[in-house]
Design a protein around this ligand. Sequence first.
Ligand code: PLP
Length: 436
Amino acid sequence: MNFYSTNNPSNQVSFKEAVFNSMPRDKGLYMPVSIPKLDDRFLANLDSFTLPEIAFYVAKNLLAGDIPDDDLQAIIHDAINFYAPVVELEENVYVLELFHGPSLAFKDFGARFMSRVMSYFLQEGEKMLDVLVATSGDTGGAVALGFLGVPNTRVTILYPKGKVSGIQELQLTTNGQNIRAIEVDGTFDDCQALVKQAFTDPELNNEFRLTSANSINIARLIPQTFYYFNAYAQLLKEGIGKVVFSVPSGNFGNIGAGILAWKMGLPVQHFIAATNANDTVPEYLESGVYKPKPSIQTIANAMDVGNPSNWVRIQDMFKTSPDELSRLISGFSYTDEEDLAAIEKLYDHYHYIACPHTAIAWQALKDWQQDQPTGRVAGVFLSTAHPCKFPDVLPKHIAAEIVIPEQVKKLEGKTKHAVVLGKDFEGFKSYLLHNK
Ligand SMILES: *Cc1c(COP(=O)(O)O)cnc(C)c1O
């Protein structure tokens, strides 16, 4: 499959190039030149397949031979080695739990698949791949654990000092091997600025083979389609065939993957884009005017995005039918107070502990369902992270009830290793050049 730039459809590259470039030079995003529909028999019998089987079939359909079957199968079995259960909370309300991977966030799907695809494409004897990643918390953990031990790669994570949670920091700083962490005395935006400048610095590019691992990489988007198919499969087993998905959204990669799955033939009735106060997309869906804004800080900080980078992909999928886009997606946005109230309600009604991102998706689903005729349409909200990653945000009596997962127990007693740097580029550059 070739991939084109959303800014210029005649600018086409192979899958390998799209993965290593991450972003086309014209600053568009890569999209597949065609989105092949899956065959009807497969879709009707989804419930007879496991998650890795579904993942293989879906990836093979889209990549169309870019990676030979045996290799693709091996990549998927290695990358998607945890489960994504759909749990019923009440009639027509289900939660799709995407936090059972090593970093306890849905970003494990994208980061683990991408790291293995990159490693696969790195040929014998090629220069080591240096991955630079700025994180506000979840991305860094998923990328670090995704690349940990992957041959011929090295990851440098930049995170803002004092602005990630305790568990997130341990996930970033206790890996060793090919992963190193830099604690930047600044904000997430400062971290991101350092990484961006590194990519345009001639001396660094001469010295290193740099790549970014951010959420716009097409190899992170594709594996996120897998769990939509798998969720549908689990509902089919219960005799349910009508589904809406409510997705907590920041950069809109997660919901973008859901829409890609729909384009491949997954029969989804509707999508709900649930945001925090960063309501650029809900406002667009309401008014038809797309107006990016500076990001606002909230308690659901992995969604603090005022200009969602993956939105252009979604618009691209509807360029010939913009009306269909507004019929398929509804938008809802919530304040921190409403988010906290949703966390309390989830706990009180079902004794379910949700992270602040997840709670927003639940509230949006409930609000959407209010205006719908009753019937057997299953509402599935996506849980994007384990609540233990955000203990300081949750009310104390709820945080005290969190069952600590194995992934966290493994971190206990490990020593943090991070280099502390300022936010000036010269300091960062000098660190990279002196630590080859
Ligand atoms: C990254 C993240 C999101 C936002 O996902 P997008 O694909 O950027 O929309 C939501 N919740 C959590 C916990 C995240 O880490």
